[in-house]
Design a protein around this ligand. Structure first.
Ligand code: PMP
Length: 308
Protein backbone atom coordinates (compact mmCIF):
# COMPACT_ATOMS: atom_id res chain seq x y z
CA UNK A 1 0.00 0.00 0.00
CA UNK A 2 1.23 3.49 -0.75
CA UNK A 3 0.72 6.59 1.44
CA UNK A 4 -1.68 7.99 -1.18
CA UNK A 5 -3.84 4.84 -0.97
CA UNK A 6 -4.12 5.28 2.78
CA UNK A 7 -5.75 8.69 2.41
CA UNK A 8 -8.62 7.08 0.52
CA UNK A 9 -12.09 5.87 1.41
CA UNK A 10 -13.13 2.23 1.51
CA UNK A 11 -16.70 1.09 0.93
CA UNK A 12 -17.55 -1.30 3.76
CA UNK A 13 -20.98 -2.96 4.18
CA UNK A 14 -22.72 -0.16 2.33
CA UNK A 15 -20.87 2.92 3.64
CA UNK A 16 -17.76 4.83 2.67
CA UNK A 17 -15.34 4.95 5.59
CA UNK A 18 -11.77 6.12 6.14
CA UNK A 19 -8.98 3.73 5.13
CA UNK A 20 -7.80 3.07 8.68
CA UNK A 21 -11.32 2.49 9.98
CA UNK A 22 -11.81 -0.51 7.66
CA UNK A 23 -11.22 -3.13 10.36
CA UNK A 24 -12.59 -6.56 11.29
CA UNK A 25 -12.28 -8.71 14.40
CA UNK A 26 -9.33 -11.10 14.66
CA UNK A 27 -11.71 -13.96 15.41
CA UNK A 28 -13.60 -13.51 12.11
CA UNK A 29 -14.05 -16.71 10.08
CA UNK A 30 -12.12 -15.30 7.11
CA UNK A 31 -8.99 -14.68 9.16
CA UNK A 32 -8.75 -18.33 10.15
CA UNK A 33 -10.05 -20.20 7.11
CA UNK A 34 -9.61 -17.86 4.14
CA UNK A 35 -13.39 -17.62 3.72
CA UNK A 36 -13.37 -14.88 1.10
CA UNK A 37 -14.18 -14.20 -2.53
CA UNK A 38 -12.61 -11.32 -4.36
CA UNK A 39 -12.10 -9.59 -7.68
CA UNK A 40 -9.42 -7.39 -9.14
CA UNK A 41 -10.08 -4.98 -11.94
CA UNK A 42 -8.41 -1.97 -13.43
CA UNK A 43 -9.58 1.51 -14.11
CA UNK A 44 -7.52 3.03 -16.94
CA UNK A 45 -7.06 6.72 -17.59
CA UNK A 46 -7.72 6.68 -21.35
CA UNK A 47 -7.65 9.56 -23.83
CA UNK A 48 -11.45 9.66 -23.57
CA UNK A 49 -11.53 9.58 -19.77
CA UNK A 50 -11.32 6.98 -17.02
CA UNK A 51 -12.78 3.56 -17.80
CA UNK A 52 -13.16 0.32 -15.88
CA UNK A 53 -12.06 -2.60 -18.03
CA UNK A 54 -14.72 -5.33 -18.29
CA UNK A 55 -16.61 -4.32 -15.16
CA UNK A 56 -19.64 -6.47 -16.02
CA UNK A 57 -17.51 -9.58 -16.48
CA UNK A 58 -15.61 -9.06 -13.23
CA UNK A 59 -18.83 -8.58 -11.29
CA UNK A 60 -20.28 -11.68 -12.95
CA UNK A 61 -17.25 -13.73 -11.87
CA UNK A 62 -17.55 -12.27 -8.35
CA UNK A 63 -21.12 -13.55 -8.07
CA UNK A 64 -20.20 -16.88 -9.71
CA UNK A 65 -17.39 -17.43 -7.18
CA UNK A 66 -19.75 -16.63 -4.30
CA UNK A 67 -22.39 -19.01 -5.67
CA UNK A 68 -19.91 -21.91 -5.70
CA UNK A 69 -19.30 -21.29 -1.98
CA UNK A 70 -23.01 -20.79 -1.17
CA UNK A 71 -22.31 -17.22 -0.09
CA UNK A 72 -25.10 -14.72 -0.72
CA UNK A 73 -23.67 -11.34 -1.58
CA UNK A 74 -25.92 -8.84 0.22
CA UNK A 75 -26.07 -6.43 -2.75
CA UNK A 76 -27.16 -6.81 -6.38
CA UNK A 77 -24.67 -6.93 -9.26
CA UNK A 78 -25.87 -3.48 -10.36
CA UNK A 79 -25.28 -2.06 -6.89
CA UNK A 80 -21.75 -3.50 -6.84
CA UNK A 81 -21.04 -2.06 -10.29
CA UNK A 82 -22.22 1.34 -9.15
CA UNK A 83 -19.91 1.27 -6.11
CA UNK A 84 -16.97 0.23 -8.32
CA UNK A 85 -17.59 3.31 -10.45
CA UNK A 86 -18.33 5.65 -7.54
CA UNK A 87 -15.35 4.65 -5.42
CA UNK A 88 -12.94 5.77 -8.13
CA UNK A 89 -14.67 9.17 -8.12
CA UNK A 90 -14.93 9.35 -4.33
CA UNK A 91 -11.17 8.83 -4.13
CA UNK A 92 -10.48 11.33 -6.92
CA UNK A 93 -8.54 8.76 -8.99
CA UNK A 94 -8.02 8.67 -12.74
CA UNK A 95 -6.54 5.19 -12.84
CA UNK A 96 -6.82 2.53 -10.17
CA UNK A 97 -6.90 -1.10 -9.18
CA UNK A 98 -10.33 -1.94 -7.75
CA UNK A 99 -10.67 -4.75 -5.23
CA UNK A 100 -14.15 -6.02 -4.30
CA UNK A 101 -14.07 -8.50 -1.40
CA UNK A 102 -16.80 -10.52 0.26
CA UNK A 103 -16.07 -12.61 3.33
CA UNK A 104 -17.49 -14.42 6.35
CA UNK A 105 -17.15 -12.28 9.45
CA UNK A 106 -17.40 -12.71 13.22
CA UNK A 107 -19.58 -15.28 14.96
CA UNK A 108 -18.16 -18.78 15.32
CA UNK A 109 -14.90 -20.52 14.65
CA UNK A 110 -16.59 -23.75 13.63
CA UNK A 111 -15.81 -24.79 10.08
CA UNK A 112 -19.49 -24.35 9.15
CA UNK A 113 -19.59 -20.67 8.18
CA UNK A 114 -23.35 -20.18 7.96
CA UNK A 115 -23.68 -18.32 11.26
CA UNK A 116 -20.95 -15.86 10.24
CA UNK A 117 -22.26 -12.72 8.55
CA UNK A 118 -21.38 -12.16 4.90
CA UNK A 119 -19.57 -8.84 4.82
CA UNK A 120 -18.50 -6.87 1.81
CA UNK A 121 -15.92 -4.23 1.04
CA UNK A 122 -14.53 -2.50 -2.02
CA UNK A 123 -11.18 -0.76 -1.91
CA UNK A 124 -9.06 1.03 -4.52
CA UNK A 125 -5.32 1.30 -4.96
CA UNK A 126 -2.90 3.16 -7.18
CA UNK A 127 -1.18 0.38 -9.12
CA UNK A 128 1.30 0.18 -12.02
CA UNK A 129 2.69 -2.70 -14.11
CA UNK A 130 2.65 -5.85 -11.94
CA UNK A 131 5.71 -7.65 -13.28
CA UNK A 132 7.56 -4.34 -13.86
CA UNK A 133 7.66 -1.94 -16.86
CA UNK A 134 10.54 -3.86 -18.46
CA UNK A 135 8.53 -7.08 -18.32
CA UNK A 136 5.99 -5.72 -20.78
CA UNK A 137 8.70 -5.01 -23.34
CA UNK A 138 11.42 -7.58 -22.77
CA UNK A 139 9.57 -10.42 -21.09
CA UNK A 140 10.18 -12.29 -17.86
CA UNK A 141 12.21 -15.32 -16.79
CA UNK A 142 10.05 -17.94 -15.13
CA UNK A 143 10.28 -21.47 -13.80
CA UNK A 144 7.93 -24.41 -13.67
CA UNK A 145 6.82 -24.59 -10.08
CA UNK A 146 7.41 -27.64 -7.97
CA UNK A 147 3.97 -26.87 -6.55
CA UNK A 148 0.90 -28.07 -8.43
CA UNK A 149 -2.32 -26.19 -8.94
CA UNK A 150 -5.32 -27.59 -7.06
CA UNK A 151 -6.61 -31.00 -8.17
CA UNK A 152 -10.12 -30.75 -9.65
CA UNK A 153 -12.85 -31.09 -7.05
CA UNK A 154 -10.65 -29.86 -4.22
CA UNK A 155 -10.44 -26.05 -4.14
CA UNK A 156 -12.47 -25.11 -7.20
CA UNK A 157 -10.19 -23.09 -9.47
CA UNK A 158 -13.04 -21.30 -11.24
CA UNK A 159 -13.86 -19.51 -7.98
CA UNK A 160 -11.61 -16.59 -7.11
CA UNK A 161 -11.28 -17.23 -3.39
CA UNK A 162 -8.77 -15.99 -0.87
CA UNK A 163 -7.85 -19.56 0.10
CA UNK A 164 -6.75 -20.42 -3.46
CA UNK A 165 -4.03 -17.82 -3.12
CA UNK A 166 -2.26 -19.86 -0.47
CA UNK A 167 -1.37 -22.14 -3.39
CA UNK A 168 -0.44 -19.08 -5.47
CA UNK A 169 1.83 -17.89 -2.66
CA UNK A 170 3.75 -21.18 -2.62
CA UNK A 171 4.33 -20.81 -6.37
CA UNK A 172 5.33 -17.16 -6.14
CA UNK A 173 7.61 -17.52 -3.10
CA UNK A 174 9.47 -20.45 -4.62
CA UNK A 175 9.97 -18.53 -7.88
CA UNK A 176 11.18 -15.43 -6.07
CA UNK A 177 13.71 -17.27 -3.91
CA UNK A 178 15.34 -18.55 -7.10
CA UNK A 179 15.20 -15.09 -8.75
CA UNK A 180 12.46 -15.90 -11.21
CA UNK A 181 9.72 -13.37 -11.87
CA UNK A 182 7.01 -16.00 -11.66
CA UNK A 183 6.27 -19.73 -11.50
CA UNK A 184 4.10 -21.77 -13.85
CA UNK A 185 2.07 -24.39 -12.03
CA UNK A 186 1.22 -27.74 -13.54
CA UNK A 187 -1.91 -29.71 -12.75
CA UNK A 188 -1.96 -32.88 -10.68
CA UNK A 189 -1.90 -34.65 -14.06
CA UNK A 190 1.31 -32.84 -15.00
CA UNK A 191 -0.20 -30.47 -17.57
CA UNK A 192 0.28 -26.72 -17.78
CA UNK A 193 -2.20 -24.65 -15.73
CA UNK A 194 -1.20 -21.03 -15.12
CA UNK A 195 1.03 -18.64 -13.19
CA UNK A 196 0.36 -17.71 -9.57
CA UNK A 197 -1.79 -14.81 -10.77
CA UNK A 198 -1.83 -15.06 -14.57
CA UNK A 199 -3.16 -17.24 -17.36
CA UNK A 200 -0.69 -18.45 -19.93
CA UNK A 201 -0.66 -18.57 -23.75
CA UNK A 202 1.70 -20.39 -26.07
CA UNK A 203 2.45 -19.77 -29.75
CA UNK A 204 3.82 -22.56 -31.91
CA UNK A 205 3.89 -22.86 -35.69
CA UNK A 206 1.69 -19.78 -36.03
CA UNK A 207 -1.05 -21.21 -33.79
CA UNK A 208 -2.04 -19.96 -30.34
CA UNK A 209 -2.78 -22.37 -27.48
CA UNK A 210 -3.94 -21.97 -23.89
CA UNK A 211 -5.00 -24.49 -21.21
CA UNK A 212 -8.69 -25.42 -21.15
CA UNK A 213 -11.08 -24.04 -18.57
CA UNK A 214 -11.08 -27.50 -16.95
CA UNK A 215 -7.31 -27.39 -16.35
CA UNK A 216 -7.57 -25.95 -12.80
CA UNK A 217 -7.22 -22.36 -13.97
CA UNK A 218 -8.99 -19.16 -13.13
CA UNK A 219 -11.21 -18.20 -16.09
CA UNK A 220 -9.29 -15.01 -16.74
CA UNK A 221 -11.02 -11.99 -18.16
CA UNK A 222 -7.84 -10.87 -19.87
CA UNK A 223 -7.61 -14.43 -21.24
CA UNK A 224 -11.05 -13.99 -22.78
CA UNK A 225 -10.03 -10.58 -24.15
CA UNK A 226 -7.00 -12.17 -25.81
CA UNK A 227 -9.26 -14.77 -27.48
CA UNK A 228 -11.18 -11.91 -29.07
CA UNK A 229 -8.16 -9.79 -29.97
CA UNK A 230 -6.41 -12.82 -31.51
CA UNK A 231 -9.50 -13.38 -33.68
CA UNK A 232 -9.03 -9.86 -35.12
CA UNK A 233 -5.64 -11.05 -36.40
CA UNK A 234 -7.09 -14.28 -37.81
CA UNK A 235 -6.11 -16.59 -34.94
CA UNK A 236 -8.60 -18.87 -33.23
CA UNK A 237 -7.02 -19.65 -29.84
CA UNK A 238 -6.98 -23.41 -29.26
CA UNK A 239 -7.90 -24.44 -25.72
CA UNK A 240 -5.99 -27.63 -25.12
CA UNK A 241 -4.18 -29.89 -22.71
CA UNK A 242 -0.60 -28.63 -22.76
CA UNK A 243 2.28 -30.86 -21.66
CA UNK A 244 5.13 -29.20 -19.77
CA UNK A 245 7.68 -29.69 -22.55
CA UNK A 246 5.50 -27.77 -24.97
CA UNK A 247 6.54 -24.66 -22.99
CA UNK A 248 10.21 -25.19 -23.85
CA UNK A 249 9.65 -25.63 -27.59
CA UNK A 250 7.13 -22.79 -27.95
CA UNK A 251 7.95 -20.00 -30.38
CA UNK A 252 6.37 -17.49 -28.01
CA UNK A 253 4.88 -17.54 -24.53
CA UNK A 254 2.99 -14.86 -22.65
CA UNK A 255 1.04 -14.30 -19.45
CA UNK A 256 -2.27 -12.49 -19.21
CA UNK A 257 -4.01 -10.98 -16.22
CA UNK A 258 -5.57 -7.83 -14.87
CA UNK A 259 -2.35 -7.07 -13.02
CA UNK A 260 0.13 -8.57 -15.53
CA UNK A 261 -1.87 -7.33 -18.56
CA UNK A 262 -0.09 -9.04 -21.50
CA UNK A 263 3.48 -9.91 -20.45
CA UNK A 264 5.90 -11.90 -22.61
CA UNK A 265 7.89 -14.80 -21.14
CA UNK A 266 11.44 -15.03 -22.45
CA UNK A 267 12.67 -18.14 -20.67
CA UNK A 268 11.33 -21.10 -18.72
CA UNK A 269 13.68 -23.06 -16.44
CA UNK A 270 16.55 -21.19 -18.13
CA UNK A 271 15.55 -22.52 -21.55
CA UNK A 272 15.23 -19.60 -23.96
CA UNK A 273 11.81 -19.33 -25.58
CA UNK A 274 11.90 -18.62 -29.32
CA UNK A 275 14.24 -15.72 -29.98
CA UNK A 276 14.42 -14.83 -26.27
CA UNK A 277 12.58 -11.59 -27.00
CA UNK A 278 8.96 -10.59 -27.19
CA UNK A 279 7.59 -12.52 -30.18
CA UNK A 280 5.68 -10.92 -33.08
CA UNK A 281 2.27 -12.41 -32.26
CA UNK A 282 2.63 -11.50 -28.58
CA UNK A 283 3.55 -7.98 -29.60
CA UNK A 284 0.55 -7.61 -31.92
CA UNK A 285 -1.87 -8.79 -29.23
CA UNK A 286 -0.17 -6.68 -26.59
CA UNK A 287 -0.28 -3.57 -28.81
CA UNK A 288 -3.98 -4.00 -29.50
CA UNK A 289 -4.74 -4.57 -25.82
CA UNK A 290 -2.86 -1.44 -24.76
CA UNK A 291 -4.37 0.49 -27.64
CA UNK A 292 -7.86 -0.22 -26.26
CA UNK A 293 -7.02 0.79 -22.70
CA UNK A 294 -5.01 3.84 -23.76
CA UNK A 295 -7.39 5.29 -26.38
CA UNK A 296 -10.64 4.32 -24.64
CA UNK A 297 -11.94 2.96 -27.95
CA UNK A 298 -12.70 -0.77 -27.95
CA UNK A 299 -14.69 -0.85 -31.19
CA UNK A 300 -17.81 -2.93 -30.58
CA UNK A 301 -16.59 -5.04 -27.67
CA UNK A 302 -18.39 -3.05 -24.98
CA UNK A 303 -15.56 -3.72 -22.55
CA UNK A 304 -15.18 -0.20 -21.19
CA UNK A 305 -17.35 1.42 -18.54
CA UNK A 306 -16.73 5.14 -18.39
CA UNK A 307 -16.48 6.64 -14.93
CA UNK A 308 -18.25 9.86 -15.90
N1 PMP B 1 -5.07 -16.90 -12.86
C1 PMP B 1 -4.95 -16.52 -11.57
C2 PMP B 1 -4.58 -17.54 -10.57
C3 PMP B 1 -5.16 -15.18 -11.21
O1 PMP B 1 -5.02 -14.80 -9.94
C4 PMP B 1 -5.48 -14.23 -12.20
C5 PMP B 1 -5.67 -12.79 -11.83
N2 PMP B 1 -6.97 -12.51 -11.43
C6 PMP B 1 -5.59 -14.67 -13.53
C7 PMP B 1 -5.40 -16.01 -13.81
C8 PMP B 1 -5.97 -13.73 -14.63
O2 PMP B 1 -7.33 -13.36 -14.53
P1 PMP B 1 -7.84 -11.94 -15.03
O3 PMP B 1 -7.38 -11.80 -16.43
O4 PMP B 1 -9.32 -12.02 -14.90
O5 PMP B 1 -7.24 -10.93 -14.13
Amino acid sequence: MKPEDEKGKIWFNGKYIDWWDAKIHLMSHVVHYGTSIFEGMRCYNTKKGSVIFRLNDHVKRFFDSAKIYRMDIPFTPDEIKKVCIDIVKVNGLKSAYIRPLVFRGYNTLGVDPTACPVEIAIGVLNWGAYLGEDAIKYGVDVRVSSWMRMHPNTHPALAKTGANYMNSQLIKLEAKIDNYAEGIALSSHGFVCEGSGENIFLVRNNEIFTPTIGSSILPGITRDSVFKIAREFGYEVKESVIPREMLYIADELFFTGTAAEVSPIRSVDKIVIGSGKRGPITEKIQRRFFDIVETGDDGDYGWLTFIE
